[in-house]
Design a protein around this ligand. Structure first.
Ligand code: UDX
Ligand code: ADP
Length: 470
């Protein structure tokens, strides 16, 4: 089956870049990305490519080439569904904030709405592809809705989880480690799988395209993220031990990472992992395990989250204790708000929780981040509901010049590993801050020795204060 028209519901961090690369590599397929968010679609269609709603290195160039040729962004969801033979569902699946499974299970209301809309509109057979991260067996739920509310047309459901990481999305899409496609084992299922394989095979070798049953595919996505997050929590647990024993966590990471069975990636100690996937997917895994009565399995994975929360809390507590047990009325400058470098995404960013803890201690925070907007930062704090929006705006200031951000600061905290922080004129910064000049490096981006020579009281994650020369 040759696909000619593709629709993607959801123009977010997953749908946008994924469809842009799919369109780039398949110029003969018309791809329409739809979203109910008019502002987002307008930004994707902006004549100035610097205004795309998502910042990803290399994305602008891909969109520039494909948009208007075979890549289109639209708010006309029904028309795009009607025209397409293959529909990707790439809508958000946040953790539930109400009712059963609150704080743990994935909220599938956007998925369900999409499925119902497809069922309502479809007058020809469709292949529906789950792209959003979903709990295992969601495909079954989607199929139920489609088969029972549709117009008698046939649907095939595929699971095709996304493994791209933000900040490297375009590279990850162009050169993925693997593509995973799960489908039904029937003849129709196999045909649908083959149709999707053909789309990826235009630029990815077939050995890297893995086909499985739907449940393996759905579960693999959760497990991949759980394993990655577990590595970060593991090294973060060791970072605390390093701080009290005199070991340096970077040296430990290097030493263990050179064991080819362990490998060097994802061993960077930090203020805590963030992002839209890790926490959500682990909570999801925990919820699924609990719902099958597998309490030991659930507890095992939950510990990864507990460790991550601890890492964020202790970073904030360390700032308070080093500043003579009070930050009340003191200015703390945050370098970085995004959950990692090279993205403007802030979902679950450690910075939000560290800020919240310091605001509870009556600190005043000034934020400098090269890509995150002022509105986003206030929205992140308001969402916590810890204090009123007015209070957040009174206590938190956003500044777009790093040197102005540091003036008269009692401490600087590095929350994101943006490369530019290394290039700052730290000598100039030293002269403008209140002494002693404290720097808390939550990402280990700066050179400890140089910082100390400049006069800073420099503390980094995973480095003992008695032994902090690195
Ligand atoms: C993750 C998965 O990597 C990706 O495959 C999946 O599709 C979505 O979730 P993402 O959240 O975009 O991607 O970024 P990732 O690079 O995995 O980083 C997640 C968090 O872990 C970030 O806050 C990052 O700073 C942190 N991290 C990562 C560390 O603290 N240390 C590390 O060694 C690696
Ligand atoms: P992700 O990181 O998974 O891509 P985002 O929140 O960035 O998540 O993007 C999901 C997008 O899906 C949002 O822009 C949202 O407006 C859109 N969306 C949610 N439900 C629907 C729907 N029923 N129809 C069209 N778009 C939807």
């Amino acid at each position: 089956m040759k696909i000619q028209n593709v629709c993607c519901i959801g123009a977010g961090y997953v749908g946008g870049p994924t469809m842009a690369v799919l369109a780039l590599k398949n110029p003969d397929i018309k791809i329409t990305v739809v979203d109910i968010n008019k502002v987002r679609i307008a930004a994707w269609n902006d004549s100035d490519f610097n205004n795309l709603p998502i910042y990803e290195p290399g994305l602008k160039e891909v969109v520039q080439e494909a948009r208007g040729r075979n890549l289109f962004f639209s708010t006309d969801v029904e028309k795009a569904i009607d025209e397409a033979e293959m529909i990707f569902i790439s809508v958000n699946t946040p953790t539930k904030t109400y009712g059963k499974g609150k704080g743990m299970a994935a909220d599938l209301k956007y998925i369900e709405l999409s499925a119902r809309q497809i069922a309502k509109v479809a007058t020809t057979d469709k292949i529906v592809v789950e792209k959003s991260t979903l709990p295992v067996r969601t495909a079954q739920a989607i199929k139920n809705i489609l088969d029972h509310t549709g117009n008698g047309v046939k649907f095939q459901i595929l699971s095709n989880p996304e493994f791209l990481a933000e900040g490297t999305a375009v590279q990850d899409l162009l050169n993925p480690d693997r593509v995973l496609i799960g489908g039904e084992e029937s003849e129709d299922g196999k045909e649908a799988i083959e149709a999707l394989v053909n789309i990826y095979a235009t630029w990815i070798s077939r050995e890297k395209i893995l086909t499985t049953n739907v449940w393996s595919s759905e579960l693999s996505k959760l497990v991949a993220n759980a394993f990655l997050a577990q590595r970060v929590s593991s090294i973060n647990a060791i970072s605390e031990l390093c701080e009290v024993t005199g070991a340096d966590v970077s040296e430990v990471s290097k030493a263990i990472g050179m064991d080819s069975r362990i490998g060097p990636k994802f061993l960077q100690a930090s203020v805590g992992f963030g992002g839209s996937c890790f926490q959500k997917d682990i909570l999801n895994l925990v919820y699924i395990a609990k719902s099958y009565g597998l309490n030991e399995v659930a507890d095992y994975w939950e510990q990864v989250i507990i460790m991550n929360d601890h890492q964020k809390n202790r970073f904030a507590e360390n700032i308070v204790s080093k500043l003579y047990n009070t930050v009340s009325g003191k200015k703390i400058t945050f370098f970085g708000w995004a959950f990692k470098k090279d993205t403007n995404d802030t979902r679950e960013s450690a910075a939000i929780y560290v800020a919240d803890a310091l605001l509870d201690e009556q600190a005043e925070i000034t934020v400098y981040d090269p890509k995150v907007s002022e509105e986003r930062i206030y929205a992140d704090l308001d969402y916590l509901n810890t204090r009123s929006p007015e209070e957040n705006r009174r206590l938190v200031k956003i500044v777009n010049d790093p040197y102005i951000a540091c003036q008269n600061a009692h401490a600087i905290a590095i929350l994101t590993e943006w490369d530019e922080f290394k290039e700052f004129n730290w000598h100039k910064i030293y002269s403008s801050v209140i002494k002693p000049a404290f720097v808390f490096d939550g990402r280990k981006v700066l050179d400890g020795r140089t910082m100390k020579q400049l006069g800073f009281q420099y503390t980094a994650i995973g480095v003992s204060i008695f032994n902090s020369t690195s």
